[in-house]
Design a protein around this ligand. Structure first.
Ligand SMILES: Nc1ncnc2c1ncn2[C@@H]1O[C@H](COP(=O)(O)OP(=O)(O)OP(=O)(O)O)[C@@H](O)[C@H]1O
Ligand SMILES: [Mg+2]
Length: 435
């Protein structure tokens, strides 16, 4: 408004100045050259003066107005570019639509997020609202029409190709000078945030479940041990053999319960670790010789080659490392049939890593199960045989020692579990470098 007034004031003042200058110049010419001129000459002279003044004024005004117009157009172009630039650079999807859901604006982020190019979507009905969310959008639009802001609401939007996904939405009113209200929808993709929130909830749930399991296991441990001793005593005293089969079943069941409780305690272990440099070869040999009788009793052969681990130290808690090896050996033993073979061997992985592997020529793991074997409580063994916690514990132990564990298997031909650990100096250096 101020600019308009300024424009007219400048145009009027400059026009008055031009008229004054032309008239003054004319008077001078008049006085100098036409002092003696007759009435008719003067008459034409004044007409010419009027026409000339009008022409000069018209040209001036036309030039002035055109210049101002060009400047306005340039300003408008620049502000449009700035507005488009802002719109395109905005990280969220910005969409403008009218009360009938006809799209009027669609920025680059919206193209990326929803897969519709701008020229194709502008003028069309908004296609990204899943059917079950259309009523919600109507409510939001009513709130916006009553000047109530809809800010940072979590909802769903539907891309061109794919499934509906979670977005954070704000809906704002957008009014042109005297026109109707339009709706400015700003959305950002929050799939990752939702995923992590769910993971955190799961972790929280697992943590509290773990605590509960640890408490329960702790309480069950002693009565189970007492029951086992009692049943063994009963079997010894029961000389006529009347309850032998039942007692053996009860003992087997109790043994499984103890195994389960022990696994739970290992899984939720809260005791601190005592890491010391350990000779990997020596540990592999000692665990294998401890486990040999169980292997032999099933008619399975055990081949141990720990030479590459001899003299190579890992910074580890000896008990945990032994548990890890026992878990892998007992899985191998469960998988092989009598007459089969288990091989335990050490290997040098890289100059700063050493490892061991347990191979068996047993039943192998089905491709569909391979992804799941490290999940807590995943087992393919019949009820009362496997807890499904062995490999979950093994993975925890390996991670706590800065290592990796992998299982390769060909169904029907056997499986090999590979464990890699950092050498003691490397692990200690990494440990001391931690803040
Ligand atoms: N060497 C292997 N050969 C074939 N399958 C295996 C082998 N090792 C693991 N698995 C599969 O992975 C599953 C999970 O193993 P995990 O050690 O975690 O539990 P589990 O052996 O079933 O129970 P638990 O360890 O308490 O006895 C097993 O049920 C089995 O299906
Ligand atoms: Mg197991």
């Amino acid at each position: 408004m101020r600019e308009k007034r300024w424009f007219w004031a400048t145009l009027t003042l400059s026009s008055i100045t031009i008229v004054s200058v032309v008239f003054a110049a004319w008077e001078l010419v008049d006085n100098r050259f036409f002092r003696e001129a007759n009435y008719l000459t003067l008459h034409y002279l004044y007409i010419t003066r009027g026409v000339a003044t009008s022409l000069v004024l018209a040209f001036w005004a036309a030039w002035f107005v055109l210049r101002q117009r060009r400047q306005n157009e340039e300003d408008l172009r620049r502000s449009r570019e700035r507005y488009r630039g802002l719109l395109e650079a905005f990280p969220g999807a910005v969409i403008l639509y009218d009360a009938g859901l006809r799209v009027m604006e669609w920025n680059a982020s919206a193209e990326r997020m929803y897969g519709y190019p701008r020229p194709e979507i502008c003028g069309r009905l908004l296609p990204i609202v899943p059917a079950e969310k259309s009523e919600e959008l109507e409510q939001f639009m009513r709130r916006v029409e009553q000047s109530e802001a809809v800010l940072d609401v979590e909802t769903m939007r539907l891309p061109r190709d794919g499934e509906p996904f979670e977005v954070q939405l704000s809906l704002l009113p957008f009014r042109e000078a005297a026109g109707p209200v339009y709706f400015l929808e700003v959305t950002s993709d929050i799939r990752e945030r939702v995923h992590w929130r769910q993971r955190m909830l799961e972790i929280e749930k697992l943590t509290s479940m773990g605590k509960m399991a640890a408490g329960t296991a702790h309480h069950l441990n002693s009565p189970l041990a007492a029951l086992l001793i009692r049943i063994q005593m009963m079997r010894q005293r029961n000389t006529d053999g009347a309850f032998d089969e039942d007692a053996a079943r009860i003992e087997e069941g109790l043994n499984f319960c103890r195994h389960f409780v022990q696994r739970l305690l290992d899984f939720t272990r809260a005791t601190p670790m005592h890491k010391e440099p350990q000779d990997l070869g020596a540990i592999v040999e000692s665990v294998c010789s401890f486990f040999l009788p169980a292997i032999q009793s099933k008619g399975v052969a055990l081949v141990v080659d720990a030479a590459k681990g001899r003299g190579r130290q890992v910074h580890a808690d000896r008990n945990l490392l032994e548990t890890l090896l026992l878990i892998l050996l007992s899985n191998a033993l469960d998988a092989v049939s009598p007459g089969g073979e288990i091989r335990a061997f050490c290997r040098v992985v890289s100059p700063d890593r050493v490892g061991f592997a347990v191979h068996d020529n047993g039943c192998g793991i089905r491709a569909a199960d391979r992804e799941r074997v490290f999940e807590p409580f995943f087992t393919t063994k019949e009820p009362g045989r496997g807890t499904g916690l062995g490999l979950a514990i093994a993975r925890n132990v390996v991670l706590e020692h800065g290592g990796t564990i992998e299982i390769e298997s060909e169904p029907g031909a056997g499986a090999t579990a590979y464990v890699d650990l950092p050498l003691a100096e490397v692990a200690q250096m990494a440990g001391s470098a931690k803040p």
